[in-house]
Structure formats: C-alpha cells, structure tokens
Design a protein around this ligand. Sequence first.
Ligand SMILES: Nc1nc2c(c(=O)[nH]1)N=C(COP(=O)(O)OP(=O)(O)O)CN2
Ligand SMILES: Nc1ccc(C(=O)O)cc1
Length: 274
Amino acid sequence: MKFAGINLADPKIMGVINVSPESFFKGSVKQKEEDLIETALKMVDEGASFIDIGAKSTAPYLETQISVEEETKRAVWALKALREHINVPISIDTTNAKVAEAAIKAGADIINDVTGFKGDPRMVEVAKEHGVPVILCAHRQVRDFTDPVHEVITALQESLQIAYENGIEKDKIAIDPAIGFLRPKWPPWYEWDSKIIANLNLLKIFGLPILIGISRKSFIGAITGRKDPMERLAGSLGATAIAVWNGANIIRTHDVKETLDAIKIAHFIKRFRE
Ligand SMILES: Nc1nc2c(c(=O)[nH]1)N=C(COP(=O)(O)OP(=O)(O)O)CN2
Ligand SMILES: Nc1ccc(C(=O)O)cc1
C-alpha cells in the first residue's frame, strides 16, 4: 500500500508544523522563515516521510477564528519557504478550498481536510482538478454516543461517497478517525478517543491507509493529568504504540524522533504476535 508515492509497508511519520500562533501546542508553532525551514529539515532528517503544514488551528476547545485571507497568506508563505528545501510530500492542513488551492499552487502535494470534504463543498473539486492525494477525517454530528467506532465508520463512509462520486481515485485517499475532534457530551471525549484507538483495526475494512493524529492532544492530558501539552510526549508515545499495534499506517506527530522509535518498537513486536 502507498500514499502520495510513499510505501506504507512499515508505518510512517508525518511531522507537523503550524504557522498559526493560536495552535494548542506552542512548541509546534514556527513564524520565522529560518526556524520553519530548520524545523522541517530536522524532521525529515529524523525520519519524517511527510510534512504537514497548518495555517489555522482547528482545536475544538480554543478560539481560533482567523480570516481566509490570513490563512491563505500564512499557508502560501510557509509552502514557498519550504518547497525548495524539502523533498518529502507536504500536506496542507485546511478545511477551506481557496486555501488548499493557493497552497497547492505554492507547492503543497496533499490536502489534509479535517472535515473529510464536508466543510467546503469546493474542496473535492480542488482535489480532483489538481489530482492531489487527500486525507479525509471522520466528521459529523455525533448521533450514537454509545458506539464511537460505528460513528467514525459512518462518517468516513459519507466522506468516501463524496470522494468517489466526484471521481477521486481510491489510491489517492487516506482515512483518519479524527482523534480529539468528535466530542459528544457523553461518554467523555477521552473515553471516546480511547475506544477508537483500542479498536482502530476495525477501520481496516476500508482497505485504505489509516492516518492518526494523537500527538499531545487533550485526551492524553485528561488521562495522565498533564494540563500542559508540553508534558504530554510520553503519554502520546504510549497511545501511538497501541495505534501502530492496531494497524495505523501514518502517525501525525510534533515529535518525529521519539515517535519513530515508538512505532519501530510497536511494529517490530507486532511481527511476533501469535
Ligand atoms: N488529518 C489530521 N489533521 C489534523 C489532526 C489529526 O488528528 N488528523 N489534528 C490536528 C491537531 O493538531 P495541531 O497541532 O495541528 O493543532 P491545531 O489544530 O491547534 O493547530 C490538526 N490536523
Ligand atoms: N485540532 C485539534 C487540536 C487539539 C485537539 C485536542 O487537544 O484534543 C483536537 C483537535
């Protein structure tokens, strides 16, 4: 299995850099060109197979609204700065089709849409027109609070229907259960997210690459009592190992070096499962 030309026989890393000062983990934010390039080069050197650029935070518990113009300006700036230095695929983390298109023109290779084509109706057209691979996250109004896996599968099925109806080919799609995004009032979201990670293998029914973003998220904070995202690396590595054990193909992370070791161990041990 491949995604954006990258072989997924072993699990791979997507390194995250945000050019949005509002992002929940301040350690991921780069606003100076030199810093941005140095961080991306270091991530690739440490083993990242993809780089993800976010120009607007989507943290559901933060005030993160900015204009489309501002998001476009940030995204284009980052892509232009990085493109000539980085030779791994770069994704643009956006829910807005205009931002996605501008970023692709500036050098982005992949669209990462946390609304799974359900936010901006033009997003699927931009993906089709430019022939770029897409990451589709589970996104919907939660109906059945008792069965997170079923909700995620239904949400992804809806996104895949939009993709296929618009001529997006299967080999251009990765799916993502959207850890931290779906927040029903009950059960608490950290149980919801845990249930998804514990049963991630069920998403294999789609026969598509599974990408997952766990890194330093609030559910790690809730379980460990670590309020500051800065303190959540060890917890994130624990959850990452379980996600890999359960079949994750791409791990989206702020911490490439440490995460690569964690996935190597989980993947190696998994080979000996009876
Ligand atoms: N496909 C995918 N994209 C994502 C995911 C994720 O789990 N999957 N998580 C995010 C949260 O991390 P980030 O550091 O970008 O936080 P921010 O939204 O505050 O910028 C943002 N984007
Ligand atoms: N965009 C997101 C950022 C952070 C979280 C989380 O901390 O759970 C979820 C989504």
